[in-house]
Design a protein around this ligand. Structure first.
Ligand code: SMG
Ligand code: MG
Length: 378
């Protein structure tokens, strides 16, 4: 595959309602899309990637304008240089080619996703088939933001249950934890329920965190800071609720450490956070080999990311429902044809590549910035 252009397109997607976590309230998302144009045997193919970095560096150190800068200045030129030196660019090798640039996993992941999409579209193969998905649809869980009051939270949860979501994840933070979870358990009974703290606690909060044990949660996600693997292991030993890591798991190596040290009973796999779908699949294999349940996380993706995530989540090690909700969970208007909830499931696209693409008129309307990088003709 010969890449002839990489476009970096920043889009603005307003959220239907604000989404509050322990670290921010979001009212819109500005994902960076990566559009790769390539020639395969003289035939032009397009591939789409979606970068999951948020507008501000609050979930991780990456942020959308920073990912654009590193792609434009380093990552894309490195690929073109590699290609100019006579090497073939493939999704399987792009991670290795970009290895000299430290970190910037979300930016790298978006580029790899676009290359993989182009490669698969050119060969007529879907993401699901490439990953080895064993099912045609995946169970859909929903992530519920921090609300202004408990009655309001109960309404929101009730509506999602009525829509058919099969698992509820409640965002928690100090001061919004035990009571909201108790209220949801009391009102909705034995539903599959889990919590996500996005690193808002410290080990000093262990007595509070242990109180979650009375609610029979599926798991508690990332209670402590990103770097606190040892502390998560200490906390895990004193809690009955299974410990799940999200932000801490940035690579297969980190996942292996977390498992070996007893810091993770469960793993949230997000391709963007770990540098792309190739690494995400490695983590899936690692978790499966170790008997560690995995599930697919979400970053409020547009239909592009949702398509790739649902295909990944079709692998057999994804034993828990993912944060793969319908398009209308967050968006009035998705970039692609919308993903819909059917009896608690999301269908995995079957057409070549992602199986979906941006609707041109919607993309044009949502675009706030574009840049194009082409090979240096020297
Ligand atoms: O895509 O359904 C989704 C969002 C799921 O809660 C979600 N993601 O920590 O797991 C997480 C968060 C990260 C983004 S919060 C702004
Ligand atoms: Mg999380």
């Amino acid at each position: 595959m010969n890449i002839i252009e990489v476009e970096l397109i920043t889009v603005r997607m307003p959220l239907k309602s604000p989404f509050t976590t322990s670290f921010s309230t979001q009212t819109e998302r500005r994902p960076l899309l990566v559009k790769v144009t390539a020639l395969e045997d003289g035939v032009q193919t397009i591939g789409w990637g979606e970068c999951v970095a948020m507008s501000d560096p609050l979930y991780s150190e990456e942020y959308v304008d920073g990912t654009r800068a590193v792609l434009e200045r380093y990552l894309v030129p490195m690929l073109f240089a590699h290609q100019a030196a006579g090497h073939e660019i493939t999704a399987e090798t792009v991670g290795h080619v970009l290895r000299p640039i430290i970190g910037h996993r979300m930016a790298k992941g978006a580029l790899e996703m676009a290359i993989l999409d182009a490669q698969l579209r050119a060969s007529g193969r879907s993401f699901a088939s490439y990953f080895g998905a064993t099912v045609s649809k995946v169970k859909s869980g929903v992530s519920v933001g921090i609300a202004d009051s408990i009655p309001e939270l109960l309404d929101v949860v009730g509506n999602f249950l009525a829509e058919g979501y099969v698992r509820i994840k409640l965002k928690v933070k100090p001061g919004w934890d035990i009571e909201p979870v108790r209220a949801v358990r009391e009102k909705y009974g034995d539903i599959p329920l889990q919590v996500d703290a996005n690193a808002a606690y410290t080990l000093a909060d262990a007595p509070t965190l242990r109180r979650f044990d009375e609610f029979d949660l599926l798991l508690i996600e990332q209670p402590l800071a990103e770097d606190d693997l040892r502390q998560h292991a200490i906390l895990a030993k004193t809690m009955r609720t299974p410990m799940c890591l999200d932000e801490s798991i940035v690579s297969a190596e980190r996942a292996a450490d977390a498992i070996a040290w007893g810091a993770a009973d469960v793993i949230n796999i997000k391709a963007g956070r770990v540098g792309g779908y190739v690494e995400a699949k490695r983590i899936h294999e690692l978790a499966r080999a170790n008997g560690i349940p995995a599930w697919c996380g979400g970053m409020l993706e547009s239909g592009l990311g949702r398509a790739a995530n649902s295909a990944l989540a079709g692998l057999p090690g994804f034993t828990l429902p993912g944060d793969i909700s319908a398009s209308d969970r967050f968006y009035e208007q998705d970039l692609t044809e919308p993903f819909v909830l059917e009896d608690g499931y999301i269908k995995i696209p079957t057409a070549p590549g992602l199986g979906v693409e941006p609707i041109p008129s919607v993309l044009a309307e949502m675009t706030v910035h574009t840049a194009s990088v082409r090979p240096d003709r020297g």
